[in-house]
Every structure is written in structure tokens, then in C-alpha cells.
Design a protein around this ligand. Structure first.
Ligand code: C2E
Ligand code: CA
Ligand code: CA
Length: 696
């Protein structure tokens, strides 16, 4: 007979309804004997949940459905009745060995007339798992938020904007420990001014309904300024009501911005001197040239270091760099605030000045030249340089930046042409001159194609027997309209445009061909431009021409000027030596007019020194000239070189130079440059040009 009898409300008649309610109740339940701990009755739900058979239950005690470690607690609880009338957490064992997490609820009852305990079980396994998952998820989210490389924070606006979230990155950005910030509001953490800024942002975010974003500079706790990029937005209230929380995401972009600033700086500045570069200069002039007015004019000065390449080549690039930096420093010292000094590249600088009167600009240019004429200290060695300056004014000379730059360039060209170390203002004629040069260049190309060049030959007389030593070949251009054009009018342009290479090769071939037909003792002198020395085909060309014409190398004399040494000595010297090696004679032309550095006389053994004609013309009037002339004879004999005096025009000059001991002479007195046929008539006429000239 089974049935329930409530301990304190015994019901004597067993009640079938209760029994069936117990059996079919969805909550697992059983009744056990607190003395023997044996199961007295187990309902269906319990049987299903635990999986033990009815026979099992008949043999088991309530300890058997507990894992070993829980049994002691159970015994204690039963004895002390502590698990009665309240829910208690337990772990139970199922028949298949799995564990269940349960809440049990114990109650004293009367069963079959004795005291028993009713246990009602609630299976919490799934609920617990779900809860665990929720809490796992929550802590995972927390850890994600904490490990985000951006600062994330949430403020509760109903609670004075107290922080309810403030991740690690936020802490790093502001320099505060996040722990101390949660629960605090801005006014406790930041200064008043900063707090006001944050408050204004928060209320904007709350009102905006969308994300607001901004970049701001704030002080970190240690006082260092940081640039933050922040977005803020109100988190929508779940019920669609007034938002309460403001979410913020901040990124420290200080480094990013400083890299950007550095890149922007580098794009607009010259790395060597730190001056604004060409791009920056172009920016300036584009902005300023069009707005220049007569009352508020703009002066553009182009400045170029004369012979900078020479310094770079002879002293090395480090010295060249040091020089440019010092030039930049001097320019910066001279300009006023608001004026621009830029390095356009190489040894080219530009200055943009706001000087109103032309006299002021002139004075400035003179000051510039003076400042730059003081020696530069290149590694402890004083180096003197000069500069050329071209000046164009807006709006006087040009109204837009392009024309202004072109005009300053023309003025600079003119300054260089007029002997360097000076300044020139732009003049309209310079444009015409540039156009003329441009036209000339095109015409020179044509001249070469159409064979408009010819060589004239000027006799060279040797003074030991007054006989003909040979000729110097001098180029002429027979222009269809302008007639015979002298070399000084087109050689410089041919050099500038590189056409000199082809012209020079033609001269060499033509001169050697003519000379090859002359008596074997006559020499032919050919002028070579410094540009030809920079071109690496020179040696091969000379060898080929000698080979083609059959001229003995000993009969060829190459005339070069000192400028060859101003160019690339490293390249010129071996080339000169190779030419000499072939048997060709090398003469130094226009001696005395160059840079008067005698070092190259030691570096290379010239076969001939040609004294420049300016010394010859001054010989009669200026006693100083005579001293130089004498010195040249001395140098010639010291270096074992033939000495020749050029530009002899009078008997008196000839007499003096003969007396000084020159070995050769050349000049109008002895013969002007003449056409080939004339030269050959002179050769075959047998008459000494000296005798012919002097009529004796
Ligand atoms: P240079 O090499 O010094 O040539 C001598 C110049 O002096 C020639 O001028 C000649 O006509 C001139 N001359 C000769 N005797 C006298 C005189 O008694 N009095 C005066 N006042 N002048 C005299 P030219 O032919 O006009 O040549 C000028 C310069 O052009 C030459 O100076 C030379 O540097 C260059 N040149 C001439 N032909 C060539 C050439 O084929 N190639 C190169 N690269 N340059 C050349
Ligand atoms: Ca010459
Ligand atoms: Ca000469």
C-alpha cells in the first residue's frame, strides 16, 4: 500500500488522485527513508531523467545517485535536515554515468505511516550551461573590448556621464588606469576645460541621432599632447525612448599625423639645405605672381653658383653639398620675413622678394653678391665662389608665373654671358637674343647637313729660320644670307646644344685631310672644345680620322684651353695622355686668360704654350705685360714646351717677342686666316710668310 501522508497534516486514507499526480508529475520526485536512505517511491519523471530501473531503485539509497565526493555532504544534510524546505544545489549521477546539476527541494512527509522525505528535483543542467555560456560570452566580449587597439568607452548620461566602460586602450591613450575611471565622470579625471569640451561633444552626440566624429588634441595625464580621432554616438534606448548611453571610440593618431606632416614637409623641402624645393617654389609663384601690382610688385631672382660643377668635381660631392648649405644659409640671412628662398636643384636658387623700388632690388642683389663673395669654409679650407643672378619683376616684366620664370631665366643667362659674378635685370632684347639663339641652333643643324662650314688656315711661323711651321685651322660658316659668320658667333651655341661634337669631328677630318696633302714638315693645329673632351668618343674619332687621312700623328697639334681642366679632370687627363701617347702634340691655347692655376702645367706635359694675344697687344704700352711675356718664355723652357705668341700685328711686337725668345709666332702681320687654296699657294710659292709680310 502506497500513499502520502503529510507529516503535519496526516491524511489517513490513501488517496489515489495524489498517487497518480505524483506518478505523472513532470517534476522528478521521490520519497526516501531518512533512516536507511532507501528510496521508497520514485515517480516517472525521475525514472526517465536518471535512467535507473525500478529494480535498481529498490536496491539503491539516495547516496547512490550522487558522485563519491558529494556523499558526505548529503549525509550531513540529511542528519541535520539542512536541505529541508529550501532549494539546494547538488550534483547527481545518472545511470549512464553522466552527471546532472540539480536543485533539490526536501520536505518531510508521512509515507506509509512513517516519517519520510519527499525530494523534488529541478534539472538545472541546461539552464546552467546556458548561463555559463552567457557569462562566457560576456567575459569574452569584455576581453575583446579590452584588447581592442582602439579606445572604447561608454558613459551613462543619466548618471552624470559616469564611465561604465573604459577599455585598456583608452587608459593608454589618456594615461589613466581604467580601473580608477569606471564609475567616475570626466570632471574628476580631466581638467575643467577638457571636461567642458567632452560634455559638449556628448550632448551633441545625444542630440545628433547619428555618429559624430572629430579630431582633437588633448593632454595626457603626464602632460604630453596627443592627437585623437574620436567618434561618438548615443546608444539607442531599447524601448525607443531617450538614449541614455554614449558610446565613444577613440584612436591615438599622433604618430600617424606626425608621419604625414613629415612626408608633407619632405615633399615641399629640399633634403640637403632644408629650403623649400622647386615644387614649393612653383606653388608660391603661382599664387603670388598673378596678384602682384605696381604698388605691390614681386621680384624673382634666380641665382646660380658660377662653376659649381668644377668645385663638385675637384673637391668632391661632400664639399659641394657643404658649399650649397652655406650658400643657403647666407641667402636666408639676407631675406626679410615673408620672402621666399628656394633651392630649385643643383646650384640653382630662387628668391621671391616683395621689394618695391628697383634701387632696393639692385641694392639687395649687390648685397647678395657681396655676401656670397666672402670665402666659404669647406672642411677648414677657404673656397671662393661667385654667383650670377637674373632678375625679373612682376607685373613690370611679366604678369604670370610662367613668363616671370622664363624672363628671370633669360636674365640669368645674360648675367652668365656677361662674364658671371654679376646680376642682370630682364630686358626685352634678351628675349630676342634667345629667339636668335633658338633660330641659330636650327640653322646650325642645317649648316652641317648642307656643308656650309669651311676651314680657313692661318700660318704659323717658326722664328729660328723664319720658315713656315704649319697652319691653325679656324672654322667659318658661309651663311647663305649673312655671309661669312665668325666662330665666336656660333661655337658657344654649338657647345650649348651639343652640336659641337659633330662640328668638331668635321673640322678634325677636314683639317687632317688638307694637311695630309702638304709637305711632311708642316703641322696642322686644330682647336678642340671642352665639350668634345666630355664626350667619350673623342679618342676613337681622332684615331679613325688619322687612319682615314693617313696624316702622321706627329703633324697634328690639338689646341685646348684651360677650361678642359675646369671640367672633369678625372676624365680629361687620361684622355690627353692617350692622345699624346699616339704622338699627337697638345698645345694650351689662350694662355694667361684662364684661371691662372698653374697646377695643370705640372699635371700634364704640354708640347706648346700659346700666349694669348691680349698680352701681345699690350706689350708696347704696358711694362707689366712684358714681365708676363717673359715669365711665359721661362715656363715654356722649364716645361720643355714650345712657346708661341698669337695676334702679332706689328713689326714692333714681332721684334720684341723675337728678342724675348719665343719659338713661334702667329698673327695678321704674318698672315690672316686664309682659304685652303691660298694656304697652298703660300706653301708652294715657297716664300716665307714672314718675308712676305715684312716685305724684306
Ligand atoms: P683662337 O683659337 O684663339 O684662334 C685665334 C683667333 O685669333 C682667330 O679668330 C684668329 O682669326 C684671330 N687672330 C689671329 N691673328 C690675329 C691678329 O693678329 N689679331 C687679331 N685681332 N686676331 C687674330 P677666329 O678665327 O675668329 O676664331 C675665334 C675663336 O674661335 C678661336 O680662338 C677658337 O677659340 C674658336 N674656333 C675657331 N675655329 C674653331 C674650331 O674649329 N673649333 C673650335 N672648337 N673652336 C674654334
Ligand atoms: Ca687656337
Ligand atoms: Ca688663341
Amino acid at each position: 500500500m502506497t500513499g502520502f501522508q503529510k507529516a503535519f497534516a496526516p491524511i489517513d486514507a490513501p488517496n489515489d488522485d495524489f498517487q497518480s499526480l505524483f506518478a505523472t508529475h513532470p517534476s522528478p520526485m521521490w520519497v526516501y527513508d531518512p533512516g536507511s536512505l532507501r528510496f521508497l517511491i520514485v515517480n516517472n519523471a525521475a525514472a526517465d531523467l536518471y535512467g535507473y530501473s525500478r529494480q535498481d531503485y529498490a536496491r539503491m539509497t539516495v547516496l547512490d545517485i550522487r558522485p563519491e565526493q558529494e556523499r558526505k555532504r548529503m549525509l550531513d544534510a540529511v542528519q541535520a535536515r539542512t536541505d529541508m524546505e529550501r532549494a539546494e544545489r547538488w550534483t547527481h549521477l545518472k545511470a549512464n554515468g553522466e552527471t546532472l546539476e540539480v536543485l533539490t527541494y526536501g520536505r518531510a512527509v508521512r509515507f506509509d505511516g512513517r516519517d519520510a522525505i519527499l525530494a523534488i528535483v529541478q534539472d538545472r543542467t541546461e539552464v546552467n550551461a546556458a548561463q555559463r555560456q552567457v557569462s562566457d560570452t560576456r567575459s569574452m566580449l569584455d576581453s575583446i573590448v579590452d584588447n581592442l587597439p582602439v579606445g572604447v568607452f561608454v558613459k551613462d548620461m543619466e548618471e552624470d556621464g559616469r564611465y561604465i566602460l573604459f577599455n585598456e586602450a583608452c587608459g593608454v591613450i589618456v594615461g589613466h588606469d581604467p580601473e580608477g575611471i569606471i564609475g567616475q565622470s570626466d570632471s574628476i579625471i580631466f581638467e575643467e576645460k577638457q571636461t567642458a569640451i567632452f560634455r559638449e561633444q556628448d550632448s551633441r552626440a545625444l542630440g545628433a541621432g547619428t555618429t559624430i566624429s572629430f579630431e582633437e588634441t588633448m593632454q595626457r595625464a603626464d602632460g604630453t599632447p596627443r592627437i585623437l580621432r574620436t567618434i561618438k554616438r548615443a546608444l539607442p534606448a531599447p524601448d525607443g525612448g531617450v538614449p541614455r548611453y554614449v558610446l565613444g571610440i577613440s584612436q591615438d593618431v599622433t604618430e600617424e599625423r606626425s608621419v604625414e606632416a613629415r612626408l608633407a614637409y619632405m615633399a615641399m623641402h629640399d633634403a640637403l639645405t632644408g629650403l623649400p624645393n622647386r615644387a614649393s617654389f612653383a606653388d608660391h609663384i603661382q599664387r603670388e605672381a598673378p596678384v602682384a601690382t605696381t604698388e605691390n610688385p614681386l621680384a624673382l631672382l634666380y641665382l646660380d653658383v658660377d662653376h659649381f660643377k668644377h668645385i663638385n668635381d675637384s673637391k668632391g660631392h661632400a664639399a659641394g653639398d657643404a658649399l650649397l648649405c652655406q650658400v643657403a644659409g647666407r641667402l636666408m640671412q639676407l631675406v626679410a620675413d615673408g620672402d621666399l628662398v628656394a633651392r630649385l636643384g643643383g646650384d640653382e636658387f630662387a628668391l621671391l622678394l616683395r621689394l618695391e623700388r628697383r634701387e632696393n632690388i639692385e641694392r639687395f642683389a649687390e648685397r647678395l653678391l657681396r655676401s656670397l663673395s666672402a670665402p666659404f669654409d669647406l672642411d677648414g679650407v677657404d673656397e671662393h665662389v661667385t654667383c650670377s643672378i637674373g632678375i625679373a619683376l612682376a607685373p613690370e616684366h611679366a604678369e604670370d608665373d610662367d613668363v616671370l620664370m622664363r624672363n628671370a631665366d633669360l636674365a640669368l643667362y645674360a648675367a652668365k654671358e656677361s662674364g658671371r659674378s654679376t646680376y642682370r635685370f630682364y630686358l626685352p632684347e634678351m628675349r630676342l637674343e634667345a629667339e636668335r639663339r633658338h633660330m641659330l641652333t636650327a640653322e646650325l643643324h642645317e649648316a652641317l647637313l648642307k656643308g656650309q662650314f669651311e676651314l680657313h688656315y692661318q700660318p704659323i711661323v717658326q722664328l729660328d729660320d723664319d720658315g713656315l711651321a704649319g697652319f691653325e685651322a679656324l672654322i667659318r660658316w658661309r651663311h647663305p644670307v649673312r655671309g661669312l659668320v665668325p666662330p665666336m658667333e656660333f661655337i658657344p651655341i654649338a657647345e650649348e646644344t651639343g652640336l659641337i661634337i659633330q662640328i668638331g669631328e668635321w673640322v678634325l677630318r677636314e683639317a687632317c685631310r688638307a694637311a695630309a696633302a702638304w709637305p711632311d714638315h708642316l703641322k696642322i693645329a686644330v682647336n678642340l672644345s671642352v665639350c668634345q673632351f666630355r664626350h667619350n668618343s673623342l679618342l676613337a674619332t681622332v684615331v679613325a680620322v688619322l687612319d682615314e687621312t693617313g696624316l702622321r700623328p706627329e703633324r697634328l697639334e690639338i689646341e685646348i684651353t684651360e677650361s678642359v681642366f675646369l671640367a672633369d679632370v678625372e676624365q680629361s687627363l687620361p684622355l690627353l695622355r692617350a692622345l699624346k701617347e699616339l704622338g699627337i702634340r697638345i698645345a694650351i691655347d689662350d694662355f694667361g686668360t684662364g684661371y691662372s692655376s698653374f697646377s695643370y702645367l705640372r699635371a700634364f706635359a704640354f708640347d706648346k704654350i700659346k700666349l694669348d694675344r691680349s698680352f701681345v697687344s699690350g706689350i708696347e704700352t704696358d711694362p707689366g705685360n712684358l714681365a708676363i711675356v717673359r715669365a711665359v718664355v721661362g715656363i715654356g723652357s722649364g716645361f720643355n714646351a714650345t712657346t708661341l705668341a698669337e695676334g702679332i700685328e706689328t713689326e714692333e711686337q714681332l721684334r720684341k717677342l723675337r728678342a724675348e725668345g719665343f719659338s713661334e709666332v702667329q698673327g695678321f702681320l704674318l698672315g690672316t686666316p686664309m682659304q685652303q687654296a691660298e694656304a697652298e699657294a703660300l706653301i708652294h710659292g715657297g716664300a716665307s710668310p714672314l718675308l712676305a709680310a715684312t716685305g724684306s
